[in-house]
Design a protein around this ligand. Structure first.
Ligand code: PAF
Length: 283
């Protein structure tokens, strides 16, 4: 696997592949890789000749009270995993090259409408940081496709909207969430759950599935379905930030006429905030 730390180096590899007619799949990450990330690389490899992964703990998407300094950095282990999956190139940008004049003096990408709710409300400025760094990375790497996990559903939609709004020449692929046997979505945060909490955490996906089945069977009283799920989570000891049945594209509350839906949920168990979602297609 090749490694690049500067834009110049990275572009040399990309140009070489382009000259040889190779297509490229790009997977941006913040490192601390797990099975979910590896499935994104594998998806990219199934669609393109070359796979490129970036690892950059982007300071711009962390709020003032969020711990950028303590975000887990596991570079040696990440590189070993990327080697093992056969990734072709890892890009390790430096903050001084991406943000030479600091965070305050760079233009920002604000993706309208999709960023105010859910994670955007919980983490003001977060999606501006994500969209800005992803736009920069797209312009540096110039991949044919880029793969995003649907686990972070709002992020996946925000990036898709940015690509559409700015006519970017990259195809966004959403990859299904990888899950533990219990159904719990794979996440680096799962390591903070003890055995009992881990068992309990499986309830989140069970409720998503149950609610999706009800909608699929024709239930359109979304308020009642939401209320029922919230009560279940509450009884099991979760502190729920949101459990919303939404239009899958706009992420606005679903109407009975919508055909593509997603249920977004975020609930905290102990100290661990868990995110998950399920898509529903009613076509
Ligand atoms: O999902 C992530 O890890 C990050 O938000 C991303 C897309 C790599 C941007 O920093």
């Amino acid at each position: 696997m090749y490694q690049a730390t500067s834009v110049t180096e990275l572009r040399q590899y990309m140009q070489h592949w382009k000259d040889h007619g190779h297509s490229s799949a790009f997977i941006p990450t913040m490192g601390n890789l797990h099975g979910g990330h590896i499935s994104l690389i594998e998806k990219g490899q199934s669609l393109c000749d070359r796979s490129i992964c970036s690892i950059f703990v982007n300071p711009m998407q962390f709020g003032p009270n969020e711990d950028w300094d303590h975000y887990p950095r596991t570079l040696d282990r990440d590189i070993a995993q990327l080697e093992a999956v056969g990734c072709d190139l890892v890009y390790l940008p430096t903050a001084s090259e991406l943000y030479p004049d600091g965070l305050d003096r760079i233009s920002h990408v604000q993706v309208t409408d999709l960023t105010d709710h859910y994670e955007g409300a919980h983490r003001p400025g977060h999606f501006t940081g994500v969209a800005t760094v992803v736009l920069k990375l797209f312009n540096i790497v110039k991949p044919d496709i880029s793969v995003f996990g649907k686990k972070d559903y709002q992020q996946y939609r925000v990036i898709s909207k940015m690509v559409e709004d700015f006519n970017l020449d990259v195809q966004i692929i959403g990859q299904e969430t990888t899950r533990e046997d219990s159904g719990l979505a794979t996440s680096s945060r799962n390591q903070y759950l003890d055995a009992e909490q881990k068992q309990k955490a499986a309830l989140i996906y069970q409720l998503l599935q149950q609610t999706a089945q009800q909608v699929d069977k024709g239930e359109r009283d979304f308020t009642m379905l939401r209320q029922r799920a919230l009560e279940n989570l509450d009884e099991a000891g979760f502190k729920t930030d949101y459990f919303c049945i939404c239009n899958a594209e706009t992420l606005l509350s679903a109407t009975p006429e919508d055909r593509d839906l997603v249920i977004l949920v975020t609930a905290t168990l102990g100290q661990t905030r868990l995110l998950d979602n399920i898509e529903i297609s009613l076509w």
